[in-house]
Design a protein around this ligand. Structure first.
Ligand code: FES
Length: 160
């Protein structure tokens, strides 16, 4: 894990507070710890993960393994609005790939990227759990079903 430019201004006081609330930390605590770090920083800054390893003795490779395994964790800041486009089978057969292309084109983003103004983060997911609404796009906590490319553009405009 490397210290990145976005990490330079990261303040370790949130990590101080999280670790101060625990007597000791083992690898079994990693997932809840990373959730707290995510809640505190809005993402998992690599600088904080390295410091977590240094202070707890947990190898950075293990911390990084958990941090990159679960979809809920991300190592870079996300935009104010998270757009998730389903790439599951039910959505795919109903034209989900067109929604993916429309979002990518409208926002000039590939899967996993964030707009430079930090407004949107775009992700594709295996299934949003609402296959009956296929094809489905989700923005923050709102589901948009039976989408067409034109409707997707309207939805995006609503968040600009
Ligand atoms: S396959 Fe798209 S919501 Fe399940």
């Amino acid at each position: 894990m490397m210290d990145t430019n976005i990490d330079r201004g990261v303040d370790l006081s949130v990590l101080d507070r999280i670790l101060a609330a625990r007597e000791r930390v083992t690898t079994a605590d990693l997932s809840p710890l990373l959730q707290e770090i995510l809640a505190g920083y809005g993402y998992l800054p690599p600088k904080v993960l390295l410091e977590l390893g240094r202070r707890t003795g947990i190898p950075a490779s293990q911390i990084y393994g958990v941090a990159t395994f679960y979809e809920q964790f991300h190592l870079e800041p996300h935009g104010r609005h998270k757009i998730r486009c389903c790439r599951g089978t039910a959505c795919h057969v109903k034209g989900g790939h067109n929604m993916h292309q429309t979002i990518s084109r409208e926002l000039a983003l590939a899967d996993g990227q964030t707009t430079p103004d930090m407004r949107f983060t775009f992700e594709t997911v295996a299934c949003l759990g609402t296959c009956f609404l296929a094809p489905v796009v989700m923005v923050d906590n709102d589901y948009y079903g039976n989408m067409t490319p034109a409707q997707v553009r309207e939805v995006l405009d609503g968040y600009k």
